[in-house]
Design a protein around this ligand. Sequence first.
Ligand code: HPA
Ligand SMILES: [Zn+2]
Length: 329
Amino acid sequence: MTDWSAVPKAEIHLHLEGALESELLVELAQRNGVPLPSYDPAVLDARYRFGDLQDFLDVYFVNLAVMRTEQDFHDLAALYLRRAREAGVVRAESFFNPMVHVRAGVPLEAVMHGYAGAFADARRDGLSCALVLDFTRDLGAEAADEMLTAVAPYRDLIIGVGLDSTEIGYPPSLFRDVFARAAANGLHRTCHAGEEGDAEYVRQALDDLGVERVDHGLRAMEDPELVRRLADEQIAVNVCPLSNVALRAVDRMEVHPVFAMLEAGIRVTVSSDDPAYFGGQVDANFAALEQVGATEEQLAAIVANSFAAAWVDDAERAELEVRSAAPAG
Ligand code: HPA
Ligand SMILES: [Zn+2]
């Protein structure tokens, strides 16, 4: 079996709020006087068994009540960025979602400065990294639009936008105007679609939001015409195998659609989604695919796709590819 932590890669589907490991969760709860059901990280981890996406989101949002100050956001991002480097990540494009925090009374400035400070530190240490603003789709398009306006003073700290949280009932088309405004501001676009929603959600992400990438995209495989289109247009589909099994979007790793996606010529990438909840960092996601029979060639293609799909300019992409081709060490 390959040591995936030694293979340089880009991780482009990762929620910083989903990197809140139980040890840090307990530390922040104690720091800020926020009650938890247990203060034993092992007990908290043992509760992470989910029936579906909503089941997970219910726990995830409750836990986020511990995040209060700029230092908290800095600590969370620094933890993720350290874990990512340990997992072989050389380019990190990370979702953050300020909506839950701001609604809990945290100043947007604390969120932005905390995350951006940790990202600046990592950049100084040689990691290529950037922040992607995610909107909570079940809060609706107006709230997303308000957040896009609110982050205007921090425009230089973000490179793109995405859409997360409860999928069914909140199709991408609802967010057409806010994504158009983001594009007009020079922001890249991606969207969670096809995790639980059907192929129509993925089609809308392409047609109505103009996304360059799709997060999860699993149910696109139910529509052969859409599969051809994803392949023809080389839209990156950012799958998260351990997440998909943990949230039962996929029955078993052996039948993960990633294999059919590769077969169809889709630009598949692999990321960890919410590593504190789903059992591992991006290296563990590669290992999980290898364990069920993904070939060396398939996994190498996924690594190459991660750089092809990254939101970097040609010069930086070339530099990342050279670094990844050099022997580890
Ligand atoms: O996988 C996810 N899907 C939707 N929303 C999310 N928020 C964090 N992770 C996810
Ligand atoms: Zn996600």
